[in-house]
Design a binder for this molecule. Structure first.
Ligand code: SF4
Ligand code: SF4
Length: 474
């Protein structure tokens, strides 16, 4: 009927005859006319919700505490983009740690793929900040202001204007706190404290960044909401390649539930266990019907499990019509613990983690890389000596200031540091040190080249052998 009306409506608009009717909701958050479909999911306070609530509140505490925790005086996590250093579990990585950072990112990526292959979208339903804060902080605030019919039911009243202002103020306060906490992962907490306690005029850029973060959070939690999972998040879209038929998902047992039949079932009526009560749909925070099968919009929040279990209990059927299961298991096939994904991914992960541990354990206290600048390859002097110019890229990786010494390993080669001040580096500092190397011209006779070793050391007994590739007369 609705389809007919829409078709008729299209025909009344000149030039619209060619328009096709949308056969179904393209998005669960959009009405057929393109307007926003606001979701007000009913709350089902079942066993899974209780477990998720404990995890969610623990994660909220962890999120707030982590920026303030230290390991060996260093932050547990600090992604200092402005200072170009990344501290993870008290260990600092610099942009020059290309191999380490690549290994770290690959390890995180493969871990996500492995967890998804085994446990489906456990991250989305249990640990993603979007779900955690939306379902366990901001929706409860909405329910507080709107009231609910029964426990967690439909909104009882429309919110009056003064209450809307009050709710907005609560959102601003909470998002402000979350925005500051979020930024504490990117800026040192002492620096953040200084910004917060001083006038914005003294740090306009930081103020704009903070205001923008707050604005984005308000936009997300007040307006965009579940659409972030449905439209913007790439993880949900990748799940079709990361999941297989054996992966654990929140699934409707269509074998047991179909054919669904509304109302009381009688023995021998051929109906499945689903009583078509729609409770699994009204609790869904992404507005979908789990009975339509595995969908990208499902964040595995388990609310439909809880809602359906209540219904099953009420009608005297076993719980678990919707449950954690796999597509194969629902179809009656055996679960396989060992399959290509669960063997290959852990092996790759093991290799990556071994590489990471090895790279970290063999990392020296500083980096030194010899760079030959452009210009004349060498200079000859009347006494038969020649010279080359170099730059040394020095990076102090320790947590203390260091002074470096550079010694030639050859008696025929003199290495002169042209700016001695640059041999003293603060923790994490990176500099280019100009160096002048003088040697006997006869050393390069033949090939016009000679590689000579040198040693660089710091006061913490970190030592590195480097090589100067000298160019001179043939
Ligand atoms: S279908 Fe169920 S598990 Fe998936 S998002 Fe909706 S309520 Fe949550
Ligand atoms: S809550 Fe259970 S019984 Fe009700 S419609 Fe959903 S699957 Fe069917």
């Amino acid at each position: 009927m609705e389809d007919l009306n829409r078709t008729e409506m299209n025909k009344t608009v000149p030039g619209n005859d060619a328009l096709l009717d949308a056969p179904e909701h393209v998005l669960s958050t959009m009405e057929r006319d393109g307007s926003r479909r606001w979701l007000r999911p009913r709350l089902s306070m079942g066993a899974w919700w209780q477990r998720r609530r404990i995890v969610a509140y623990l994660l909220m505490v962890v999120f707030v505490l982590v920026p303030h925790l230290r390991i060996g005086g260093k932050p547990v996590i600090l992604l200092d983009i402005a200072g170009r250093e990344f501290t993870i579990l008290g260990r600092t990585f610099l942009p020059t740690d290309t191999l380490l950072l690549a290994l770290l990112m690959l390890t995180v990526f493969v871990s996500i793929v492995l967890v998804t292959a085994i446990a489906g979208r456990a991250w989305c339903g249990w640990a993603c900040p979007q779900t955690v804060y939306m379902e366990f902080l901001f929706r409860p605030i909405d329910r507080l202001f709107e009231g609910t019919v029964g426990k967690g039911g439909k909104a009882k009243r429309s919110v009056s204007f003064p209450l809307q202002i009050a709710r907005f103020a609560v959102y601003v306060l909470l998002c402000g706190f979350l925005a500051h906490t979020f930024l504490a992962y990117f800026v040192r907490t002492d620096q953040l404290k200084e910004w917060v306690t001083s006038s914005p005029i003294e740090h306009p850029v930081a103020f704009v960044v903070m205001a923008a973060t707050l604005g984005l959070m308000l936009f997300d939690f007040m307006f965009f909401r579940e659409q972030l999972c449905l439209i913007a998040c790439p993880y949900g879209r990748f799940q079709s390649v990361m999941l297989d038929e054996q992966s654990l998902i929140v699934a409707y047992d269509h074998v047991r539930g179909e054919p669904r039949k509304r109302g009381k079932h009688t023995s021998g009526d051929g109906a499945g266990d689903c009583v078509d009560c729609n409770q699994c749909v009204v609790v869904c925070p992404t507005g979908i019907d789990i009975r339509n099968g595995l969908q990208m919009e499902c964040v595995n929040c388990t609310q439909c499990i809880d809602a359906c279990d209540v219904v099953m209990e009420r009608v005297g059927s076993p719980k678990g019509l919707i449950r954690y299961s796999s597509q194969d298991s629902i179809a009656g096939k055996a679960m396989k613990m060992f399959r290509a994904r669960t063997i290959v991914y852990p092996l790759i992960l093991l290799l990556l983690m071994s590489g990471l541990v090895f790279a970290i354990s063999t990392k020296s206290g500083f980096d030194a890389r010899i760079i030959r600048p452009g210009g004349a390859p060498f200079t000859m002097y009347p006494d038969g000596t020649a010279s080359n110019e170099f730059r040394i890229r020095l990076v102090n990786r320790t947590s203390e200031p260091q002074k470096y010494g550079l010694v030639s390993e050859s008696d025929d080669v003199t290495i002169e540091v042209l700016d001695e001040d640059k041999m003293s580096l603060e923790p994490g500092q990176s500099v280019l040190v100009p160096v002048h190397v003088t040697f006997k011209g006869s050393m390069t006779r033949g090939s016009g080249r000679k590689v000579v070793p040198a040693t660089i050391s710091d006061k913490s007994d970190n030592v590195r052998e480097v090589e100067f590739s000298l160019l001179g007369p043939r």
